[in-house]
Ligand binder design. Structure first.
Ligand SMILES: *Cc1c(COP(=O)(O)O)cnc(C)c1O
Length: 393
């Protein structure tokens, strides 16, 4: 679980090479170890492995070499001491909370976070004595005001989904640390190819590897990255409770990481082109994309990200009826809530991803009936524009 020895390698090199350890067959591509347990040379070794006196694999709920390779590679990309892979992004968030918090402690979270994370914090954790204060708006000062003596985690996503609100990671790290709490950043939308929160002062990074890390819509996975000491705590929970990533999924995500940097660069360029085009359409009231000069936090986004990312949201004139017309006219864009794929997807958040949230909470988050979100992939922007133009009328 220590950072791999990769002195001076650039991000692009780490993405392809970090963490690989070859077996006796000297395979070129990373091996997939489909085994749930590992054999010991003798009884003494078995005892030493179980007690932790000797390092090595025991059982795949704890570790598996393919999963370990993924963890080391992702840690290298985030500039973290360690990484623990999990079965999904939600498993990464749950494992972090379960490992680091206890009853009576408190979370300060942005309201602009993934729907399932809101449900977990707002409806499930209170049963176990962990309360969350959600910050709707008001910027850094609102986060500071929400801090309590028992606050353990400050949790944000930046840019947020679907409105691409950008949070100042360095400023929020100061707020969290001043209150004795840890800053957790869900880095799903940017990935380390565009944004490295630990370098800006964050303590923990969450990933839904289901999204851009795999990048091709194939498997579920998740990860948490941070210091060796924090990862030790997350590991103790994982090996006991079992929200472990399967080696097969780890292997798929590992191959996804090899093209992460080129995909994020190309998909961000396509997204910028789509955002500029949407901004020029008379039927579009407003476009939300951090890479646009018109984005209220464009300067901050360009300070902490190397590109705008691939998520673009836009408000069409004419409420739900007009928005659904755009969705229903699509022949190329996929109507699906997933994102982070090479195939462009389109979603109407108010009736899907944010449909279970109360109307008031949705209004507080600024998610209107005319809002659409596209997760831009690798198709030609001209073809995507032709597809959307049909429904925009
Ligand atoms: C999808 C997503 C998650 C949850 O990840 P799963 O792999 O679906 O469990 C968490 N955060 C963000 C920002 C996401 O987009």
């Amino acid at each position: 679980m220590s950072a791999p020895d990769t002195p001076g390698w650039a991000f692009d090199t780490l993405a392809v090479r970090a963490g690989q350890e070859r077996s006796q067959f000297n395979e070129h591509s990373e091996a997939l170890y489909l085994t749930s347990s590992f054999v010991f040379d003798n009884a003494a070794q078995a005892a030493a492995r179980f007690s932790g006196a000797e390092a090595g694999n025991v059982y795949a709920r704890f570790t598996n070499p393919t999963v370990t390779t993924l963890q080391e590679r992702l840690a290298a990309l985030e500039g973290a001491e360690g990484c623990i892979a999990t079965a999904s992004g939600m498993a990464a968030i749950l494992s972090t909370v379960m490992a680091l918090m206890k009853s009576g402690e408190h979370i300060v979270a942005s309201r602009s976070i993934f729907g399932a994370t809101q449900q977990l914090f707002g409806n499930i954790l209170p049963r176990f004595g962990v309360e969350t204060s959600f910050v709707d708006q008001g910027g850094i000062e609102a986060f500071r005001a929400a801090m309590r003596p028992d606050t353990r985690l400050v949790f944000i996503e930046t840019p947020s989904n679907p409105l691409t609100e950008v949070f100042d990671i360095a400023a929020l790290a100061e707020v969290a640390h001043a209150g004795g709490a840890l800053l957790v950043v869900d880095n799903c939308f940017c990935t380390p190819a565009l944004q490295r929160p630990l370098q800006l002062g964050a303590d923990l990074i969450i990933h839904s590897a289901t999204k851009y890390l795999d990048g091709q819509g194939r498997v579920l996975g998740g990860a948490v990255c941070g210091s060796a000491a924090l990862m030790e705590e997350v590991f103790k929970f994982l090996r006991t409770a079992g929200p472990t990533l399967s080696p097969f999924n780890a292997w798929v995500i590992l191959k996804g990481l090899e093209t992460l940097a080129v995909r994020m660069k190309a998909q961000s360029a396509n997204a910028l082109e789509m955002a500029q085009w949407l901004e020029s359409r008379p039927q579009v009231a407003r476009v939300f994309y951090p890479g646009l000069a018109s984005h209220p936090q464009h300067a901050l986004a360009m300070r902490q990200q190397t590109a705008g990312g691939a998520i673009v949201s836009f408000e069409v004139k004419g409420e739900r009826e007009a928005a659904w017309r755009v969705v229903d006219s699509c022949r190329l864009l996929s109507i699906t809530a997933n994102l982070g794929d090479t195939k462009t997807t389109i979603t109407h958040p108010a009736s899907t991803t944010h449909g279970r949230i109360s109307a008031e909470a949705r209004a507080a988050s600024g998610i209107g009936e005319g809002l659409l979100r596209i997760a831009v992939g690798l198709e030609s922007p001209a073809d995507l524009q032709a597809d959307l133009a049909r429904g925009l009328g």
